[in-house]
Design a protein around this ligand. Sequence first.
Ligand SMILES: Nc1ncnc2c1ncn2[C@@H]1O[C@H](COP(=O)(O)OP(=O)(O)OP(=O)(O)O)[C@@H](O)[C@H]1O
Ligand SMILES: [Mg+2]
Length: 513
Amino acid sequence: MTDPSALSGEAAAPDAAEDLPATDAAAPTQAAAPRRTTFADLGLSEPVLRAVADAGYLHPTPIQEQAIPIVLMGRDVLGSAQTGTGKTASFTLPMLDIMQSGRARARMPRALILEPTRELAAQVADNFVKYAKYLRFDYALIIGGESMGEQIARLNRGVDVLIATPGRLIDLFERGGLLLNDVRILVIDEADRMLDMGFIPDVERIVSLLPRMRQTLFFSATMPPEIKRLADAFLHNPKQITVAPPATVASTVAQHLALVRAHDKREALRRLLRSEDVRNALVFCNRKRDVEVLCRSLVRHGFNAAMLHGDMTQPRRTETLERFKAGEIRILVCSDVAARGIDIGGLSHVFNFDVPFHAEDYVHRIGRTGRAGLSGRAFTLATVEEDEALAAIERLIGKPIPRIQIDGLDPVSLDVLEPRGRRGRGRGRGARDAAEKPERAAAPPAGTPRPPAAAARTAPPPGPRRAGRARPGDRPRPDPEGEVVGFGGAVPDFMRLPTRKPVRTGRADDEAA
Ligand SMILES: Nc1ncnc2c1ncn2[C@@H]1O[C@H](COP(=O)(O)OP(=O)(O)OP(=O)(O)O)[C@@H](O)[C@H]1O
Ligand SMILES: [Mg+2]
């Protein structure tokens, strides 16, 4: 059972009652604010606390507050909390403390972190460097896309932690460059993604190479029930820590949905990009080739845009992401390679040019903004062809996405277009084909104004699924109780400043996106 205080997303403060003064003569009517938990309360060592303070963190987030003591106790954890609420430090900080006893031996790392993409693995490595600055600590980043030589050399010197994408790790193991019998801690970040179809064989193989006596930690913002069942194979009596119901969208992200005709999508995106106060934005497409086409189109229209997808060489991927983080590129059109875990300080907007095929990806994509307590805005452009995928998302997140109308574009109603748009279409992944075909939309009503600059305005309540179209189970779940604040408590001012440094040169490849 999940602790109700965890569900609320507010930092539990078990010691708060003791901290309240018994009587307060000076302010008898004012209740003293409960003392917020500090990192020192969690049992972390002094060098780690100093590094955390240097990072500017004042208080642990709810997932950190709950997970860190459990990890320090050596227990397995199945941890879920909204995007951008500090899951990385929930496992890296206690790992650093646990690993302070013992020394790394050549080719025998003591901990392993699996990540689904090279960029995310590199980012987690950066986090380790930041948190381990007062410790003697070595890591190796084992990701595809570059020569293995340097990675092997590093392993030979002896590392404490491997941060890896699965494919390259297995390659290296098979070449005899690595022994995994000393691994005492396994972290599977983005666990549901890593236990998704494509990754399962590799993850199973890797886990079979690890000692049975180990600590295993799973983290993700989404934890579908079937993943929990799968996780049972890898975890031993895990402590389940659920800060918010799995797949809860971070409350810091303002969501919007615009129903548009397929041939209006690019125009709709351009209008939003012009009318919104976009500092920097990720624009997600479902297919790599659409990433390229859309990026070229945006550049032609004068936008400062670049692209990121899994078919690019790793040096180009890394360089592009660094330039985006540095603010040299304002709009990054990308595949789902950038959907999980990537932390771009102060990202103002996410646009879904396509409705993602997998509902979980929606939560992760829009979670690239609204991180670390900052607010962000997310816009999804949907055609009637994407109706099924949209319904799946609204079921998952438990509410309808607020509809907007983009000024100057023909209004679209799912009801009006349903007979042509949806009949005979497959469900779920079938939407892949549907989304590819340009919709032959009716001619716009005569006289429809198309002003050059558009502003999105909130559309009348959509009635997310109208009576005639309702299917059992197609309704969004009722709202989870209250708003969940994944960062817990007030947001300190320093967190309103972007804190990211450019990610280090990444190396490699495993992911398909
Ligand atoms: N206690 C804290 N105080 C302030 N900032 C923090 C704290 N913990 C983490 N952060 C910052 O919050 C941001 C998001 O953290 P992180 O990437 O770990 O989120 P996440 O929960 O793993 O998100 P995702 O589900 O997208 O992977 C980072 O920039 C990190 O530096
Ligand atoms: Mg993460």
